[in-house]
Ligand binder design. Structure first.
Ligand code: SF4
Length: 368
């Protein structure tokens, strides 16, 4: 019985030249994420899914670890086609190793040798066809870190865009300028999980803060639609100083970037901190508003965070999009995405009208 690593080592294609730098002695440097691993022949990078064989870099190809139909509000994108269905796929592996990962079964499948996890072979055509059949309007690479499988995402997204779908990444943001350039022709939406504003904290998760901050600036400059999420973890990243600095950074990029503060629950290896309470989220959201952010949301605690699930006009406070969890309960933006009361243009990728909601909860697609 082949191991998962052996199976995945066969589900590959040569990496994109844009994401590869040839080094001396048959080594290659991978440019798909901020680690920029120099990889000797026969070795793999930190993510364990990209490797050097015979002096060539190989990248994952031709499979998914899982698919799911999610309301777009779950990703979360709150300023994009409210109520749309987001057909979501992931591969396997990650470049970080967060001890609280809520997708660890797929993201850490190789490090943890999770039993029963196997790739499901598929093609870009099949994924796009299935997304259309389900009525999705967005196709999203998520559940593992999509940067490390950028070539596969780009192939899927190329077809998706030709079919009229929007495309998105749910990512830790540990990107490089090269991978963002590579993706930008086929990518519309980018959610970054900004986990902390402390270098030591990022170090404990296996990453560095600066490449992520640089990527956030770059993603915004490139004109992709950007929303940022911070999972508020008691005792880890929820100090006044850290949350203030983080929110001030986002506001310095643009006060119009939506910031979602979401609730932690014990998972994977992080079982010490208490679960995040609604009061903790309200406090974090207040810090965000004080920093000048105009659109701050609180997640994972439906109906327990007051008005923080809704979108309000930052100028006249009119209610624009009313939510309960992932359910859209009211939609009042104009066809141009303006506040109906004071006509302020609300940033986002809005539809000309609310087009209904296929599902307010995630579901697994039923295959024919
Ligand atoms: S994706 Fe990141 S972790 Fe993986 S090989 Fe490339 S640079 Fe290294």
């Amino acid at each position: 019985m082949p191991s998962l690593q052996e199976i995945l080592d066969r589900q590959v294609a040569e990496a994109a030249p844009e994401l590869t730098e040839q080094l001396d002695r048959n080594r290659t440097r991978c440019l798909a994420c901020g680690h920029r691993c120099p990889i000797a022949e026969g070795q793999s990078g930190v993510c364990k899914v990209r490797f050097n064989r015979g002096g060539k870099l190989y990248a994952p190809w031709g499979y998914v670890g899982g698919v799911q139909c999610d309301p777009i509000e779950k990703k979360p994108f709150f300023h994009v086609s409210s109520g749309a269905l987001a057909y979501s796929f992931g591969m396997l592996g990650c470049d970080l190793h967060c001890s609280y990962c809520q997708n660890w079964v797929t993201s850490q499948a190789l490090r943890e040798n999770v039993p029963g996890i196997r790739p499901i072979s598929t093609s870009p055509e099949q994924l796009v066809d299935e997304a259309l059949r389900q009525g999705a309007r967005v196709l999203v690479s998520t559940y593992n870190e999509p940067l490390i499988t950028a070539e596969w995402a780009a192939a899927v997204f190329l077809l998706a865009k030709a079919a009229g779908l929007m495309t998105g990444f749910v990512s830790n943001g540990n990107a490089t300028p090269q991978v963002l350039e590579f993706l930008s022709p086929v990518l519309d939406l980018y959610k970054v999980d900004l986990k902390s504003f402390d270098e030591q904290h990022y170090h404990s998760l296996g990453g560095r803060l600066q490449p992520i901050l640089d990527s956030i600036r770059r993603i915004h400059q490139m004109g992709l639609w950007l929303e940022i999420v911070t999972l508020v973890i008691p005792g880890f990243n929820d100090s006044e100083g850290e949350l203030s600095a983080l929110a001030e950074f986002i506001a310095s990029v643009s006060p119009d970037i939506p910031w979602h503060v979401t609730a932690f629950h014990k998972d994977y290896r992080m079982t010490d901190p208490e679960d995040t309470t609604p009061e903790m989220l309200l406090r974090a959201a207040e810090i965000g508003k004080r920093a000048g952010l105009r659109y701050v949301y609180a997640g994972n605690q439906p109906s327990r965070v007051g008005d923080l699930e809704n979108t309000r006009c930052p100028s006249c406070h009119a209610l624009l999009v009313e939510r309960l969890g992932y359910l859209i309960r009211g939609y009042h933006l104009t066809a141009e995405g303006r506040c109906p009361s004071c006509s302020l243009q609300i940033p986002g990728r809005w539809d000309s009208a609310f087009r209904g909601q296929i599902a307010a909860f995630p579901f697994a697609p039923q295959y024919r």
